[in-house]
Write a protein that binds this ligand. Structure first.
Ligand code: SF4
Length: 470
């Protein structure tokens, strides 16, 4: 039996009745930040951001630094896509983008000084492997000239299997990447055709085998349920192939069909989508399959083999959450480069412009391309601590929040504790004089439990912009 730090089992598969699953089939944030990005305001701009950077420099006890680089380009359009990307065949656009990334780094160096240590590096997109090997090497060299990339850190990159081969994976390993995340979504050919993303299963199997032989420490596979043409039967076949592939980590996302918000999704026919009952069946089958295959449920939509660093961190109560999802790294400030990238410095969040032209314009003028953000209030900070503790450790000890934020938890959160009572009845949380504990069933709905403490959400009934919580 695998247990968390309190000795409670975290491998128990709860009874996920259709009633419970349906009750939680509502939209909700993923809490990669709190407050969530839709609360950022334009009143927070470059000046406020520079103040936060200056404060980081003044404080002797600054958080470690994590670095995210957003590469927005993709070769072709996946119809389910809800990301900020630019679909183009013009690969020469990468070289231009790289030049501007370098200008953005120069701005950071002018404020923070050269040689800041980076403990976590992540390349995401879009498709980071849209960059050629030489461009990726140039990017890493440019980052290496300006920062100290800690060799023991997590260096991860999102990989579209259609864009890499053995040679490319070798180059990624040589460049220092030690974690790969493959976008698989579904192995079924009909589903792949319906979402315009054809990638034969053999290709993914070959790449994962090569990645293993090259010594990548952790290999993640992304899956999506609820896609067009998917059925519980077809998804069972995909799950059987995933079991054979045995990635170290699996991220299982629900497809949210919001064609009015995401233009590419208008190419998906609503009649091809599985009905809600089919979707719930796929979710329930996937959880049962991963459990049977020995995966630990990390939280939200993440599963990991018991010896993977994420599963170990969860057992030891060291799990954290940042814009890339769950992480083994302690709380970090995050510098985020590239169009639309979101960062965190001190008690602030900030986001770069989503328009490529605007991004280039800002940098031409020697200005940070920050267009919105937020300076967290004291209440935001308290609630962030509570939400992150729930999402990562699955428990709150009132005393530690009281001491850190000088509040009386039970008085401060009286309405929230009353709201939690329904979940207590459902066996999802336990509440006593000392704290709140998420149960093994509750872990599957930890986002819904965290939502109780989200002040903005409780005051806002319009949650349609978020994906479903399961
Ligand atoms: S899903 Fe990924 S690869 Fe596909 S279009 Fe969106 S960002 Fe590009």
């Amino acid at each position: 039996m695998i247990a968390d730090t309190t000795g409670r089992p975290i491998q128990t598969l709860p009874e996920l009745t259709p009633e419970i699953l349906q009750r939680f089939d509502v939209a909700g944030p993923r809490y990669t930040s709190y407050p969530t990005a839709d609360r950022f305001v334009e009143a927070f701009g470059e000046n406020e951001f520079m103040q936060a950077l200056e404060q980081r420099c003044m404080g002797g006890l600054a958080f470690p630094l994590s670095l995210y680089v957003h590469i927005p380009f993709c070769d072709s359009l996946c119809f389910y896509c809800a990301c900020n990307k630019i679909v183009t065949k013009h690969h020469e656009r990468a070289a231009e983008y790289l030049r501007y990334l370098s200008r953005e780094v120069d701005l950071y160096v002018s404020k923070l000084g050269k040689g800041q240590t980076i403990t976590q590096l992540h390349l995401g997109g879009g498709t980071p492997t849209f960059f050629s090997d030489d461009e990726l090497a140039e990017l890493m060299a440019m980052l290496g000239r300006n920062f100290v990339i800690a060799p023991t850190g997590e260096h991860s990159i999102e990989v579209d299997p259609r864009t890499v081969d053995e040679e490319r994976l070798k180059r990624l390993a040589e460049l220092g990447f030690n974690r790969l995340s493959f976008g698989v979504q579904d192995f079924d050919h009909e589903v792949q055709k319906a979402v315009h993303r054809i990638q034969p299963a053999e290709q993914v199997f070959d790449l994962v085998a090569i990645a293993r032989s090259l010594g990548f420490e952790s290999i993640n596979v992304d899956l999506i349920y609820g896609l067009p043409k998917q059925t519980p039967e077809s998804f069972q076949r995909t799950l059987a192939q995933v079991a054979k592939l045995r990635p170290d980590r699996i991220a299982l996302y629900a497809y949210a069909h919001l064609p009015e918000r995401f233009k590419p999704q208008r190419r998906i026919k609503a009649e091809d989508l599985p009905p809600p009952a089919g979707k719930l069946q796929m979710l329930s089958d996937a959880i049962a399959a991963f459990h049977a295959d020995g995966y630990v449920y990390v939280g939200m939509d993440h599963f990991a083999l018991p010896d993977d660093a994420l599963a170990v961190a969860k057992r030891q109560g060291r799990l954290h959450r940042n814009f890339q999802g769950y992480s083994t790294q302690p709380d970090c400030d995050q510098i985020s480069l590239g169009v639309s990238a979101i960062g965190r410095v001190g008690a602030t969040y900030s986001q770069n412009t989503k328009s490529l032209e605007d991004y280039y314009d800002h940098l031409e003028q020697g200005r940070f391309p920050i267009v919105r953000g937020l300076a967290l209030s004291r209440d935001d900070l308290v609630r962030r601590a509570v939400i992150m503790a729930l999402m990562c450790q699955g428990r709150i000890q009132y005393e530690s929040i009281n001491l850190a934020y000088l509040i009386d938890f039970r008085r401060y959160f009286e309405p929230e504790l009353i709201k939690l009572q329904e979940m207590v009845k459902d066996g999802l949380v336990e509440v006593d004089m000392h704290g709140i504990q998420v149960t093994s069933s509750g872990w599957f709905f930890v986002r819904g439990i965290a939502m109780v403490f989200d002040r903005y959400l409780q005051a806002d009934r319009n949650r349609a912009r978020f994906s479903k919580i399961i």
